[in-house]
Design a protein around this ligand. Structure first.
Ligand code: PRP
Length: 510
């Protein structure tokens, strides 16, 4: 491919992948960029239709820029039991996770529709492994099975709320959150142990398979185990990771996600979606994956700061101030205070830590985007911003609560919306939604206690540590919203390639 060296890394990768898919017998399809809005409205559980870009065509039909290729392919593919191997190179349009702007994502992917499902599973996972190798030298493919997780929940007869809450914690690898939720459920110690083991199970597939076998409790978990072991026997380099439990509505069988060292998020994602096929009136099953090319330009590119000795060093985002000092002390066992320094990057050659000192509310952003491998951040920030990171440990520092506080003697008028001043808009909305109370949010960025004193709000939702600020301003806590402490978080891709080092740290600080 020497004559295409002038192309970008994304373009070259797209060509290599298309060549691979072509050689494996996948025929290219080109679903149009514009699709009828109804296709997505009918499948609203798979896409947030409120964030679609819509417009009227010349015939007055409501159209949308497609957020996904799979739905269009399913609709346009005849429903025959024979295997149909299809591939695409296309753009999809989605609102970015920060919810501020639309992004065009370039995707190259495959769909294997119909055919024997066990053979299709192994074929597609093998193709995913090969695809990753075309992108980078150091790669990892994590495999999970939706039936394992939902089967185990069925065996425990968990309520919808319990499932939702456990899934969130398992997804974040937040074992403490899992065990705290389990304590609130009446499911017995043995059942709780099964769920904890599922949440903790991850690592090289061959090592994990025996442990996964012990979680077979019913027909659903047995089927899932057999499908998973079929895939693993044919693809022994993959890892098992049951934290990959999102998109329950979309996927129903094996799911997988691929990482390439140097890219801060998963570059490949896919799974079996027989349920989606049936919802769209098709009898046959299907499995596929997409490689998102947008971040690939970063493979092998390092920032000037982290260029040297990057592999065995860990980049750590810490909040400036007292919490950051305590976190450094916890990580190294030494005092973390850097007296009278304005440096924002501090290197600790002895422990091979490179600290970035950032605003507390920015720690999770540095970690989610891969500028830092790990970070220490208050649970309040995680609840508020919901970054896509692993939450590996609850630390014994930064303890406080989120609470509702009101002026002494305040009586609530339940006939009108409660005016709530806060910098924690999402936490406040979630809390009042959980108690069915209508509110009006007044978003502030500091000195929240002032708002009810000046009549700007009725109450505040804020963190309370010593209670000193509330006392000084004659406010009282009226409701407890959440317990807060600092958490150790990790970038999902960094964790794939530096898990040994990160796990050692988790082991020493909890
Ligand atoms: C936080 C919080 C409260 C105060 C609570 O403010 O918003 O005002 O700490 O602590 P206490 O219970 O120990 O008094 P911060 O100091 O972060 O400043 P801010 O008001 O500008 O947000």
């Amino acid at each position: 491919m020497n004559n295409i060296d002038f192309l970008s890394r994304e373009e070259i990768t797209a060509l290599k992948l298309r060549q691979l898919f072509h050689e494996r017998g996948y025929t290219r399809v080109t679903p149009g960029r514009f699709q009828e809005y109804d296709l997505f409205a009918e499948n609203r559980s798979f896409h947030n239709i409120s964030s679609l870009i819509t417009f009227m065509d010349a015939d007055g039909r409501l159209m949308a820029l497609k957020p996904d290729v799979t739905l269009s392919i399913i609709r346009n593919t005849p429903d025959t039991p024979d295997a149909q191997r299809l591939c695409y190179a296309d753009e999809v349009y989605r609102l970015s996770s920060e919810q501020r702007e639309y992004k065009a994502l370039s995707q190259v992917g495959v769909e294997l529709i119909g055919g024997d499902s066990a053979a299709a599973n192994t074929e597609i996972v093998a193709l995913a492994v090969e695809s990753l190798k075309l992108i980078g030298n150091n790669t990892a493919l994590d495999v999970s099975h939706m039936g394992f997780v939902s089967g185990l929940f069925d065996a425990m007869e968990l309520t919808e709320n319990a499932r939702k809450s456990l899934l969130e914690y398992i997804h974040a690898k937040d074992i403490r959150g899992v065990s705290e939720t389990l304590k609130t459920l009446e499911i017995g110690e043995e059942s709780a142990r099964y769920i904890t083991r599922l949440a903790e199970l991850r690592g090289s597939a061959r090592e994990c398979l025996d442990n996964a076998r012990e979680l077979i409790l019913n027909a659903e978990t047995e089927t899932a185990f057999n499908e998973l072991s079929g895939i693993i026997k044919a693809n022994n380099t993959v890892n098992i990771d049951f934290s990959m439990v999102s998109d329950l509505d979309y996927y129903n069988g094996p799911v997988f996600r691929g990482y390439v060292e140097g890219v801060p998020a998963a570059v490949l994602s896919g799974g079996r979606y027989d349920g989606l096929m049936r919802r769209m009136g098709k009898m046959n099953g299907a499995i596929g994956f997409a490689v998102t090319l947008n971040n690939l330009g970063r493979v092998g590119v390092q920032s000037p700061t982290t260029k040297s000795n990057s592999n065995d060093w860990l980049n750590v985002a810490l909040p400036k101030g007292r919490l950051g000092d305590s976190a450094r002390a916890l990580l190294t066992g030494k005092s973390g205070e850097e007296k009278s320094s304005r440096k924002l990057i501090i290197e600790d050659a002895e422990h091979k830590f490179r600290y970035f000192l950032v605003k507390p509310s920015d720690v999770a952003i540095y970690v989610e985007h891969g500028a830092a491998d790990i970070g220490v951040v208050g649970k309040d920030t995680l609840l508020e911003t919901r970054p896509d990171v692993y939450e590996l440990a609850a630390l014994d520092i930064g303890k406080c609560i989120v609470a509702v506080a009101a002026p002494a003697g305040f009586t609530e008028n339940t006939d009108t919306p409660l005016r709530v001043a806060t910098k924690y808009v999402n936490i406040a909305k979630d809390y009042y939604a959980s108690i069915n109370r209508n509110i009006e949010i007044i978003e502030l960025s500091g000195s929240i206690e002032l708002a009810p004193l000046l009549g700007l709000s009725d109450v505040i939702v804020d963190i309370v540590e010593t209670g000193g600020t509330l006392k000084a301003n004659k406010l009282n806590v009226t409701s407890h919203v959440a317990d807060i402490s600092a958490r150790l978080i990790a970038n999902k891709a960094s964790y794939k390639f530096k898990s040994k080092r990160i796990d050692e740290i988790v082991g020493t600080i909890v």
